[in-house]
Design a protein around this ligand. Structure first.
Ligand SMILES: [Zn+2]
Length: 128
């Protein structure tokens, strides 16, 4: 299924995310992908993002009050901890793996537990 052109576009998207210390919005990925693949179109990028989510090549990142962003999956299959700047609202990827708190919380039968997310708040380098 993936022809070489398609693969080249996906590579440009992966390179864009590899070069970023934070998850990126689709528009930001498009701008960066153009530096790797100058003729890539915005619609193509958006279509590829949707495909790459289904193929587990990308992870969707969305926190309350935040736009949808994308990042590369954690190398070990775990989750990256995230940092949100309280001043500029930007989301960053922290090194390492998020420790699980699932086994430390009291479970309620009222809810179905599907996942967890650790968010560290503070001020980013630019906002300090
Ligand atoms: Zn900031």
């Amino acid at each position: 299924m993936p022809d070489s052109r398609n693969t080249k576009q996906k590579q440009a998207i992966i390179k864009a995310l590899e070069s970023s210390p934070r998850p990126l919005r689709a528009e930001e990925i498009y701008e960066l992908a153009k530096t790797h693949c100058p003729r890539i179109g915005q619609r193509t990028v958006f279509r590829n993002l949707a495909e790459m989510i289904k193929e587990f090549l990308l992870v969707r990142v969305q926190f309350p009050g935040q736009p949808v962003r994308y990042e590369l999956p954690h190398a070990d299959g775990g989750h990256h901890p995230h940092f949100i700047c309280r001043n500029c609202n930007q989301v960053f990827i922290l090194p390492g793996e998020t420790p699980s708190v699932m086994d430390k919380i009291e479970k309620s039968p009222d809810y179905i537990y599907e996942g967890e997310e650790v968010i560290i708040f503070g001020r980013c380098v630019k906002c300090q």
